[in-house]
Design a protein around this ligand. Structure first.
Ligand SMILES: [Fe+2]
Length: 307
């Protein structure tokens, strides 16, 4: 990876090709991304009233705060308005709704000063989503709900785009995770004992890239990118929205980013909903994704990521 594209006037096919090479793409807010952010703000403000959302953490016990988020987040995720906004973003950015499948948008919170970094507000260690059974063609969409600063953003660790690290992904299976760990996030207030795939060697996190887009500005990146939550020292809670997409032609052809080190099993393929009518990805493809592709050799990664 070597570039950040701002408002790139490219087709969706070209856009995915760039993302599969590790490039980052950033889009200015669109009418539907602003509507989604506005909708999220209303929900957050109602949930945390009478406090301002970005500083409410300083007025509440951590247990109370976690309980509020545990009620708020599923409401946002499953609300029909959230899905409509994603469909609108597709229209506005030239994403084919009959070819593109998305999973429900998540609301994330990164509290300041280590107030709550577990469970419902998990502070992500460096990881690739492809360690968590995402297919190599998954694209992540991320946007801030309130203005962000480098001290409460998310970070990319570009040296690992083409370099694998020892990691625990081989022990991760998505179906198993859903059975055992997914639905009890809110109970982890002081510590988080869920077993997640992590790097198993010292990481060099610098140089790192933190993209600071305005609320509703959209950051797109490959699920194979190494990224993490920045330890929040800003004094303000960061609220953000993210969702993921796959293009069904890429799913069928097994196109996507090169696999440098993901060895998990299971697949998130059953989670995505078609942009046009919320249908699931055809089940015939799931079996193809029960394991990640073979780890690419360095020369194959070079070819896939150059130009
Ligand atoms: Fe992630």
């Amino acid at each position: 990876m070597n570039a950040i594209f701002l408002d790139a006037p490219v087709t969706d096919d070209k856009r995915r090709e760039l993302l599969y090479r590790g490039q980052l793409l950033v889009y200015s807010p669109t009418p539907s991304s602003l509507r989604l952010v506005e909708f999220a703000r209303r929900m957050v403000e109602e949930a945390l009233q009478p406090y301002e959302p970005e500083t409410a953490q300083y007025h509440l016990s951590v247990e109370r705060y976690a309980a509020i988020l545990a009620e708020l987040k599923p409401k946002f995720i499953h609300h029909p308005t959230s899905k409509e906004c994603i469909q609108g973003i597709f229209r506005e950015l030239g994403v084919a709704p009959d070819k593109t499948y998305f999973d429900v948008p998540r609301m994330r919170t990164s509290t300041s000063d280590d107030f709550l970094t577990t469970g419902i507000a998990y502070a992500f260690h460096p990881h690739r989503d492809t360690w968590y059974s995402a297919p190599m063609c998954q694209i992540n969409w991320w946007m801030p709900i309130y203005p962000i600063v480098p001290e409460n953003a998310m970070a990319f660790h570009p040296r690992y785009w083409s370099r694998g690290v020892l990691n625990g992904s081989a022990e991760y299976n998505y179906a198993e995770w859903n059975r055992t760990s997914r639905h009890n996030a809110a109970q982890f207030v002081k510590q988080d004992t869920r077993k997640q795939p992590k790097p198993e060697e010292p990481m060099e996190l610098d140089p790192q890239i933190r993209v600071i887009a305005p609320p509703g500005g959209i950051l797109l990146f490959s699920a194979a990118h190494m990224h993490s939550s920045v330890p929040n020292t800003s004094g303000r809670t960061r609220f953000s929205i993210d969702f993921r997409t796959v293009n069904v032609d890429d799913v069928a052809a097994r196109r996507g980013a090169p696999n440098v080190d993901s060895a998990c099993t299971g697949t998130t393929m059953g989670d995505y909903l078609r942009g046009s009518d919320l249908a699931h990805v055809p089940e015939e493809f799931y079996a193809l994704y029960e394991t990640q592709p073979a780890i690419a050799k360095p020369e194959e990664i070079e070819t896939a990521t150059s130009a």
